[in-house]
Design a binder for this molecule. Sequence first.
Ligand SMILES: [Mg+2]
Length: 407
Amino acid sequence: MDAQRAVLHADLDAFFAAAEVCRRPELGGQPLIVGGRPGGRGVVSSANYEARRYGIRSGMPVAQAERLCPQAVFLPVDFAYYRGRAEQFRAILGELSALVEHLSIDEACLELGPTVRWPDEPVAAGQRLHRQVRAELGLSVTVGIATNWTVAKVAADLAKPDGLRVVPPGQGAAFLAPQPVSCLPGIGPHAAQRLRELGVRTLGQLVQVPPYWLCLVFGRRAEEVHQRAQGIDPRPVVPEKRAPKSIGHERTFHRDLGDRSEVTRALRELAEKTAREMRRQGLQGQVVSVTMRFDDFTTLGRQRRLPRSAFDGREIFEVARGLAFELLGEWRCPVRLLGVRVSGLTPLAVQRSLFDPRPLRALRLLQTLDRLSPRLSPEDGASRWLGAGPGYSVGPTRLLVSALERR
Ligand SMILES: [Mg+2]
């Protein structure tokens, strides 16, 4: 559900120029233009805010910039250096979320998990990003936060430089309405001009225009633009890095496992570890596989598809145990190695249902426990509380969870 999402758009301010000032602090406070030598035929790649005061913009011929501000410092583009700084920026973004889409060298959008709590968690994430980029890179970043990318991007554009702008759920349309049509991603200068000719200057006015009118300007994109102008944008954030095909853990035991109860205990631990790793990477999975190696080195494997994707160690454990017992029935102990693996991975999501809010609550609790788990004993899997089935005793975690639930 859109209202539950939290999307951050992060954009480094005047990136190339600011990065140059980082390594040459003596240039700070002066108009600075990256993109060529004075007298050359290049264009401006980046200009700091001191230079922008003279009307200088990216894409402008250097000769024109020179006329506007002859005293500016002109520097050539040093891509290798900027790429290195951009890598550091990526690393900071990666710490905030596994779902990061890089839009350009200095711009990215990222999505916080599906159970994010508005407004505290998105705002805290934005503030952390702001602080960390300043502290670790010596650069300023502007962050827009909303329930989807379009609104977050417009919020960031309006907050530049060094800003943080939050548009809470349900307020996207009202936030966009007074803005000029040209600020909406997807409306270029040509389309903005056509709209002005039709008397449409703001996004609020655009929303009032019948969609068939918009076809005159946007053709088949009319419906989409109409939606975006109301702050509706269901597109997911698509991480550039391919998600892994499977996630799992296996373990060779110091002493072979002699009976089913030992196998059960070991499987539970492997399933919990696997589920925790999946959640950490923002993933859930639908196919559970078990690998079992016996003391004579015979290795057997078996897998099963779940009716729906799972993110919970207990669910994975139960399927893994069924598979393991089938294998044990065909062979026999002792077991030398056990492995649990989950494939069919998709981004972590919960079906929100009015009638059954349990999956959402379960995911929230699991994620809270994941954050706490370094403080819990290694025996204490995150989902141990969820129910006392075989292999799941009710431990101290249960008390902790009831305390959390009451918050
Ligand atoms: Mg930028």
